[in-house]
Ligand binder design. Structure first.
Ligand code: GAR
Length: 203
């Protein structure tokens, strides 16, 4: 089924770019129907404009770390109006609340720069490096009411090299993110993802 994606991002939008590239290469059956950001000058809006995708800033004040209240209602309204059936959190640095999850049940996905459940939260690649891990990575998962805690769809491992800095490690994790997100969305579009409790069964 052709997915109608609403993308929510706060930053550069490289994950959105990987999804745009997969759609344009006809390896993902999807359409991006809106791009929303909580950061007025986020680069993701420039990328959206470059690909003629409708992009928009939604002020999330007074909240700093969550999408709640009127801003969440407005976000839901804009996504519905655009005809979205799937919400893609692509570097969206806010916690979404139950109203949004209820509006798109089992259709909100997130990408996180760690092998969950290790290192939820911020700057996870740095957390993995500081911890002394040998392997880091990324996770695409369904979003639930917790923080970075929903059922896991795809994970990619990235070995940590002796000379890695947070920047070099994050750059290599991002290379894998750009493979993982289109892969997870492809599985969703093919109707192959089945949530059973905590587990996602791929058929
Ligand atoms: C990505 O590394 C993504 O995993 C991370 O933000 C970056 C966004 O990059 N997300 C989180 O940390 C969410 N907790 P992008 O704007 O270039 O896609």
């Amino acid at each position: 089924m052709k997915l109608k994606l609403a993308i929510l991002g706060s930053g550069s939008g490289s994950n959105m770019q990987s999804i745009v590239d997969a759609i344009e290469a006809h390896t993902l059956d999807a359409e991006i129907v809106c791009v929303l950001t909580d950061v007025p000058d986020a680069k993701i809006l420039e990328r959206a404009a470059r690909h003629h995708l409708p992009g928009r800033y939604v002020s999330c004040a007074p909240f700093r770390t969550k999408l709640d209240g009127a801003a969440q209602e407005e976000t839901i309204r804009l996504m519905r109006e655009a005809g979205a059936d799937t919400v893609v959190l692509a570097g969206f640095m806010r916690i979404v609340k139950p109203a949004l999850l209820a509006a798109f049940p089992n259709r909100v996905l997130n990408i996180h720069p760690a092998l969950l459940p290790a290192f939820p939260g911020l700057c996870s690649w740095k957390q993995a490096l500081d911890y002394g891990c040998r392997v880091a990575g990324c996770t695409v998962h369904f979003v639930d009411a917790g923080t970075d805690s929903g059922p896991i769809i795809v994970q990619k491992a990235v070995p940590i090299e002796p000379n890695d800095t947070p920047e070099t490690l994050h750059a290599r994790i991002q290379v894998q993110e750009h493979i993982a997100y289109p892969e997870a969305l492809r599985l969703l579009s093919e109707g192959r993802l089945h949530i059973q409790g905590r587990r996602v069964i791929i058929r």
